[in-house]
Design a protein around this ligand. Structure first.
Ligand SMILES: [Zn+2]
Length: 65
C-alpha cells in the first residue's frame, strides 16, 4: 500500500495507533487513528489491507481540509 493520509501525509502502510479490531466474514476490520487524529477503517483480508473509509482529523475542528 503506497497511499498516504491526505491530512498529514502519514504513510498508510504504517499503522499509527490501532483503536480496535473486529473479526468479520471477510477477514478483519481494523479501526485505526492516524498521527493527525483522523480515524480510518481498514479491511484486512487474504488479498491484503485496504482502507474502507477515512475520517477527518478531529484535533482541528472547523478545518476545511
Ligand atoms: Zn493523518
Amino acid at each position: 500500500m503506497t497511499s498516504t493520509c491526505p491530512h498529514c501525509g502519514w504513510p498508510d502502510s504504517q499503522l499509527f495507533r490501532v483503536v480496535s479490531r473486529h473479526a468479520t466474514a471477510a477477514g478483519l476490520t481494523v479501526w485505526a487513528r492516524c498521527a493527525c487524529g483522523s480515524l480510518q477503517v481498514r479491511e484486512v483480508g487474504a488479498a491484503g489491507a485496504r482502507i474502507v473509509s477515512r475520517g477527518r482529523p478531529d484535533l482541528v475542528p472547523g478545518c476545511p481540509a
